[in-house]
Design a binder for this molecule. Structure first.
Ligand SMILES: Cc1cc2nc3c(=O)[nH]c(=O)nc-3n(C[C@H](O)[C@H](O)[C@H](O)COP(=O)(O)OP(=O)(O)OC[C@H]3O[C@@H](n4cnc5c(N)ncnc54)[C@H](O)[C@@H]3O)c2cc1C
Length: 453
């Protein structure tokens, strides 16, 4: 048995950051990983999906700017895009990550980790003991719904859909959430004929309705067929894949991507040895600890709180501080974190939507301005579409939510995140002056709208 201060299982973004922070603080840390250091995010999720989306984005922006657009003829080059994607995911080789861990004194243990009782972890044949804590960071995998014929049809999950080496002629996608929408746009921009099947009557269900409508219109303009309010009842594969819908329609594709949600990787993690339920998300308190087990933490997708890389990394930093003896807990604002859908228009949001604020009983009103209404926007070209909305608590005079849509609005989001998390009073925000001519002057328009009523 080898002993460490802390054992972290899973080296995705959450586990890697936690192990690195603990190592830097001087703890003896073992990081257990059965696949690649960097996890789903680096090789099969965030990074490759953004690499597939970016060329069409850059081209669209160039086409909006007179003077630059004349230099462009032709379309996105699919082969070069796929090659760039491979470069971004380092051809699925994690060697580049090792020096970062070594610099922080983290001991990497390759293999499948399982809890073997309190503060003990078995990795294949070896037993490791944790003097202080075990941190579970095993992430999530694609959820396959129990639709007859689906498994036998060998569907794509996010893994195949982000690493495919050729563009399918026709791609059917089950699910119109963030993953479905981003990958629909990515593959359509590379030349695939794409159809999205979504059971709800709109895309990206939790975001503002105007954002969903703008993205739907943009996908339709790119030739993506949207089947909204459509339930898939049966799938079959005979060369091509056929998805039968409740309406009697059939959607066909050469490949079928399933993007309807995630399941935590807890099936084979030894949870039963500490009285927890295998297969479920690991329930944690605000300090990311398993209730009644002060030595056990769970961070990232596996605790089911917010399935986003930056939030998993945030949880990781809090846990490293807690283990170091500082009481560090999530703030309530972490429940509605900053989030971006990287399609065109992008959707960048933080905190409440108007509807979720009303459902939470907050006395709110919303103000909207067009994203293209600043002088700065003119340099981003003609015909920049999109809307910026603030949701304001009228009693407290603070912003409780913001949604921006439009090209590249992701980079505008952080100002709103600061305003929401720090509950900056509106009257003080008026003194936070954006530079001229930047798109951040959108804040002036929004505050002016607020004053007007
Ligand atoms: C297509 C797609 C696009 C996305 N885009 C974004 C985005 O743009 N921005 C964003 O913030 N989020 C995005 N996400 C979500 C993001 O990928 C996840 O939130 C993030 O990867 C979760 O990190 P994690 O460390 O919790 O888990 P993971 O990244 O899943 O890593 C967990 C690691 O644990 C390892 N592991 C599991 N079980 C064991 C075991 N028993 N023993 C040893 N090792 C084990 C796994 O091999 C894996 O390496 C996207 C997701 C998808 C599917």
């Amino acid at each position: 048995v080898t002993a460490f201060d802390v054992i972290v299982i899973g080296a995705g973004p959450a586990g890697e950051v936690c192990a690195g922070a603990l190592g830097q603080a001087g703890f003896g840390v073992a990081l257990v990983e059965r696949e690649l250091i960097g996890g789903e995010c680096s090789y099969w999720a965030c990074m490759p999906s953004k690499a597939l989306l970016r060329p069409a984005d850059a081209l669209a922006e160039t086409r909006r700017v007179p003077g630059a657009r004349e230099a462009v003829d032709g379309d996105v080059d699919a082969r070069a895009t796929l090659r760039r994607r491979d470069e971004v995911i380092h051809d699925r080789d994690d060697a580049g990550q090792l020096p970062w861990l070594a610099d922080r004194g983290v001991s990497l243990v390759r293999g499948h980790g399982r809890l073997a009782g309190e503060r003990r972890v078995a990795v294949d044949g070896d037993e490791l003991d944790a003097r202080r804590a075990v941190v579970l960071a095993t992430g999530s995998s694609a959820l396959l719904p129990p639709i007859p014929g689906l498994r036998e049809a060998r569907p794509w999950t996010n893994r195949e859909a982000t690493t495919a080496s050729a563009v399918p002629a026709r791609l059917a996608i089950l699910g119109g959430g963030v993953v479905g929408v981003e990958l629909a746009q990515a593959w359509a921009s590379l030349g695939a004929e794409v159809a999205v099947i979504e059971a709800a009557d709109r895309l990206v269900g939790r975001e503002e309705p105007f954002a969903a409508e703008q993205v739907a219109a943009s996908l339709r303009r790119r030739g993506v067929a949207l089947h909204l309010g459509a339930k898939a009842t049966r799938v079959s594969r005979d060369g091509e894949v056929a998805v039968e819908l409740e309406t009697g329609e059939t959607v066909r594709g050469d490949e079928l991507l399933v993007a309807i949600g995630r399941r935590p990787r807890t099936d084979d993690l030894g949870l039963e040895t500490v009285g927890l339920e295998p297969g479920s998300s690991i329930d944690v308190d605000e300090r990311l600890r398993s209730p009644g087990r002060p030595w056990l933490y769970a961070i990232g997708d596996v605790n089911g709180r917010t399935l986003l890389t930056h939030m998993g990394k945030h949880q990781a930093r809090l846990v490293a501080r807690s283990i170091g003896g500082e009481a560090s807990a999530l703030l309530p604002s972490a429940a509605l974190p900053p989030r971006v859908v990287f399609c065109e228009p992008q959707i960048a949001a933080v905190g409440h939507t108007l509807q979720s604020a009303r459902e939470a009983g907050l006395p709110v009103r919303a103000v909207d301005v067009e994203t293209g209404s600043t002088a700065g926007a003119s340099f981003h070209g003609r015909g920049e579409e999109g809307t910026c909305r603030l949701v304001v608590d009228e009693d407290r005079r603070t912003i409780v939510g913001a949604t921006f849509t439009g090209p590249d609005v992701a980079e505008l989001l952080h100002a709103a995140t600061i305003a929401v998390v720090a509950a900056v009073p509106i009257d003080l925000l008026a003194h936070a002056v954006p530079s001229f001519p930047t798109r951040s002057e959108i804040w002036l328009g929004l505050l002016e709208q607020l004053d007007r009523r």
